[in-house]
Ligand binder design. Structure first.
Ligand code: ADP
Ligand code: MG
Length: 249
């Protein structure tokens, strides 16, 4: 697609991030076009979560720039809460509020951050819960749900505010194998409906089927990126080949 049709939704350049004296991101550039689905792959410890957290303004960066649309969200004068309200994030470990019902989990940001009237927020949440197959769980607390159901609530919560970008961090890694499919299916639906998604994942078959592009991160550096089928089937870099041989063995 031409640049004219496909404006960048998220564009990060030269991202550096260290924890104490350990450099975890060593100058990462990553771009997400509108409606693009990008899979972030790489070994454990390569920096995937740190990158997602930096892009979501959940972690300050040491150097580089991040644009959301045409706004430089890495500018220290930016109001982080306002920016985070434009993003949806889902993590490995669900992170639902345990003391709130499923319905309140899904409506909280709409009500508190976006100041949507409760009735409107609840109507929208009911639609979303039906959509993720959990209409009958609205009044339950998260601990009554399976991991797969909790993760589907977390996704409903993330999309309740119509985020410009979804940042998904290994959202199936903590699930029992039989629950992975229902969550991936939901991500596949969101992708086909035009969501813009950056997802760290170990699910290579899913990345190949659903992602437009794959970005391979190794020790804080992007070693290779490109269309999913070519990176996953025909990797050009030795480090990508070695990683793929390990995870698909
Ligand atoms: P991945 O998600 O690819 O497994 P992470 O981004 O979680 O990788 O971690 C990359 C490196 O950064 C690891 O060595 C990890 O120990 C380190 N790291 C991540 N978060 C912190 C933190 N808050 N404090 C110190 N080190 C961290
Ligand atoms: Mg991680």
């Amino acid at each position: 697609m031409s640049d004219v049709l496909r404006a960048d939704v998220l564009r990060a350049t030269g991202i550096h991030k260290s924890f104490e004296d350990r450099e975890v991101l060593k100058g990462v550039d990553v771009t997400l076009g509108a409606h693009e689905v990008v899979a972030l792959i790489g070994a454990s410890g390569s920096g995937k979560s740190t990158l997602l957290r930096c892009l979501g303004l959940l972690e300050p960066i040491d150097d580089g720039q991040i644009f959301l649309g045409d706004e430089d969200i890495s500018d220290p004068r930016v109001d982080g809460n306002r920016v985070r309200a434009r993003l949806g994030a889902v993590f490995q470990s669900f992170n639902l509020f345990p003391h709130l019902s499923v319905l309140d989990n899904v409506t909280l940001a709409s009500r508190v951050v976006h100041r949507m009237p409760r009735r409107d927020a609840e109507a929208r949440a009911a639609e979303l819960l039906a959509r993720v197959g959990l209409a009958d769980k609205a009044r339950d607390h998260p601990d009554r749900l399976s991991g797969g159901q909790q993760q589907r609530v977390a996704i409903a919560r993330a999309i309740a505010t119509d985020p410009e970008v979804l940042l998904l961090d290994e959202i199936t890694s903590a699930l029992d194998p039989e629950l992975v499919g229902e969550v991936l299916e939901l991500v596949r639906d969101l992708a086909s409906e035009g969501a813009t998604i950056l997802m760290a994942t170990h699910e290579m078959a899913f990345a190949r089927d659903v992602a437009d592009r794959v970005v391979f991160l190794d020790a804080g550096t992007i070693v290779e990126q490109g269309p999913s089928a070519s990176v996953l089937r025909n990797p050009q870099e030795a480090r990508t080949r070695a990683f793929l041989a390990r995870v698909t063995a």
